[in-house]
Design a protein around this ligand. Sequence first.
Ligand SMILES: [Zn+2]
Length: 297
Amino acid sequence: MKRFLTTKTLSHKLCLCVLVSLWLSIPVLAQDRSGSHTTRVRATMSPEAKASVEEAIGLVCTQAKLDPKSSVAIDEMQARPSLPLHSPEARTGAERAQRLLPLAKTLVITALRQLSTEYGFEKSPRFKLRINQAIARVNLVKRVRPDMDSRDNASVYLSRPHVITFGTIFLAGLRSDEGMISVLAHELMHIADGDNDSLRPLVSAVGNKASELTGLDVHGQRGEEITCDLIGAMAARAYVGDTPGYESITRRLARSIQHNCVEIDEGDEDHLSPRNTIRALLALNPALVRDLINDRF
Ligand SMILES: [Zn+2]
């Protein structure tokens, strides 16, 4: 899997993050588990729910154009020249990321517990142990390291699991606390999963549900990425709920996912395309759809 590669050079152009180990790849086939101890009926979406998701996508990507603090789209970030470490935008982003890291950790832990309950894993003592170990890994993260060469990526090297390496273009492109918390939470969820994919049953369950709801293929690494995105969106939504402000809820929530409002919408084996990422994310998170639609301005 990508996360076991020894370099970050293979991180996909559309991936905003890659978890990198300096260890050699360990065969993971033996760990492949279906997560089949969750019993549920096949997930479906009503035509109304589908229409609500599409409406919410429209709102998110409209805000991307209107909001001065909107997150820059991934394809636009990729097209930008490298940004020096000491540029004002990169420094502002780095300060924002470091300031929000402790809060993001707390929000991720809450979201992870919530998601485990939602997917029926709370009764499994074995999975509870895995969750506790995942939380311990999240708690060890201490620092964001700005890096010019990482450009529009954020990475975690498993040999240094207490540091999130963040490209300066990416730091500058996330212009709001909501956007930053969402991406920090995404990275922290990779760290929670760890180098042994310890949360695989949950990740597979989320990926399977996303596949069923959307008809898209969200298995394998795609499942992990969408789970990280989901934790990111949940963390940002909790943050918005905890910190009332004068800005509209829609605008603030949109910031957590609008880096996916691209013009060039391409995916690959490991990633849904950015716009399909929003679609799957919203299909998995009806509460976010409701909040986006119900409070526009
Ligand atoms: Zn990721």
